[in-house]
Structure formats: C-alpha cells, structure tokens
Ligand binder design. Structure first.
Ligand SMILES: *Cc1c(COP(=O)(O)O)cnc(C)c1O
Length: 225
C-alpha cells in the first residue's frame, strides 16, 4: 500500500493545474495497477518496447507518455499508443514522426525536449537549434507541439531553479508567438528529487518515479537515462 500512500501524499501538495505522471519504467504491471487504483491515469516510460508491452496490458483509459529518447526506427511502433511524446529533439526525428503518423491518419502530440544544461550525456535539442526545429514543425500536417520538456543537470537548489527559470522563460516567449501547430500547454519538468522546485518555477507536468514506486532496481544492464 506504500505506492498508494506516496501518490496521495504527492497529490495533496499539487494544485489542479499540475499533471502528475507516474514514471513506471522497470515496474511490473502489478505495481502500475496499484498506482492506477490510487487514481493515476498518466504513466511515463522511457523505452518503446516496454511501453508497448505495458500498453497491451492496460485499457484505453491509461495515458502513456514516452519520456525517454525516441529512436527513429522505433516511431512506427508507438503510433496510436502514446498520448504524449516528451522527447522530440531533432528535425530527423520530427520527419519520421510526421511520416509514420500521417501514414496512419493520426496526429502525434509532442513536447520539444530542450537540453537546457547543454550536457553531452543528455539528449534534447540545443537552444540554438530550437528555431530551426520550430520552423520544420510548422510545415507538418500530423504533428502537434504542445509544449516543452527538460531534464536538468544534477545540482544544488540554486542551479536547479536557474535551469527551471530558463525553461519557463523560453516557454513564455513561445507562448506569445503564433506558430502553426505549436501551442504551449505543457511545461514538463521536475522529477522525484526536485518537482516541488520545478512547480514553484512554473512546471505544470511532473514526472515522478522513485517518489511513487520506491527505489528502482535495474537489471540486465539496463542503464538509467
Ligand atoms: C526516470 C525518469 C524520471 C523519473 O525519475 P525519478 O527520479 O524516479 O523520479 C523522470 N523523467 C525522465 C525522463 C526519466 O527517465
């Protein structure tokens, strides 16, 4: 019952405009079910194969979020299964998403992931490439951009706040523009250790894994992203 308690505790502190995504990577269907019973309907996975397997185990009232890096050759497996892709980070990926979704007469809802800390170890588009990606998004017919996502570098509170503030500034700036296919509804930032800070700085989508399910144990050489 710990999962349920964790969820209730987190939710009590959230205002209505903040969406909680339970990050269920590496977790069993039973664990996900416990979160489901506690009222969670949004689940985040970082691997396509795992997401698709879990998708099949649940009904349609669960919203799956792809929060990890998306490889171009995997896009075809997620059409119709993912409620929101958080990790659009290149024009090449955009083109594949457009191709696969238009083939299926579907609309891909995506967030642009920004590598706000400019870390080589992380995916996400660099700021100087953002405008180019936006222009390509405007040409699409099957892609809708709904906001931004970031995974910030590890750091102290002040560092974290600065990255969150920077993201909020970009988000607000884009909100004022009238781009085709692009609206700013979601700012996805904040994880177990820093979601409260993220919300204070303007996040409205938080992605919480260990804070709900407990410590993650990786087996078969699976790496944390
Ligand atoms: C794993 C993961 C999370 C959740 O991390 P926790 O520290 O378990 O809350 C959030 N976002 C992304 C992109 C992740 O891969």
């Amino acid at each position: 019952m710990l999962i349920e308690e964790n969820i209730h505790e987190i939710q009590q502190g959230l205002s209505d405009n903040v969406k909680l995504i339970a990050v269920s990577k590496t977790r069993s269907v039973e664990e996900i079910n416990e979160a489901y019973k506690a009222g969670v309907r949004d689940f985040g996975e970082n691997k396509v194969q795992e997401l698709v397997a879990k998708y099949d185990a649940f009904g349609n009232d669960v919203r799956w979020h792809l929060i990890g890096h998306l490889q171009r050759n995997k896009v075809k497996y997620i059409v119709g299964k993912v409620w929101l892709i958080h990790s659009l980070d290149s024009i090449e990926l955009l083109k594949e998403v457009e191709k696969q979704y238009s083939k299926n007469n579907a609309i891909a809802n995506v967030l642009i992931q920004i590598n706000i800390g400019r870390e080589d170890s992380k995916t996400g588009i660099k700021l100087e490439d953002l405008q180019g990606l936006i222009e390509e998004c405007e040409k699409c017919s099957s892609v809708q951009v709904n906001g931004l996502m970031a995974i910030i570098p590890i750091g102290n509170e002040e560092n974290c706040r600065n990255y969150f503030k920077e993201m909020k500034r970009i988000y607000d700036e884009l909100s004022k523009k009238q781009y085709k296919n692009i609206i700013m509804d979601y700012l996805s930032m904040g994880m177990s250790s820093d979601y409260e800070l993220a919300i204070e700085e303007g996040s409205n989508v938080i992605r919480v894994g260990e804070g709900i399910f407990g410590k993650r144990i990786y087996n078969n050489k699976q790496e944390e992203q």
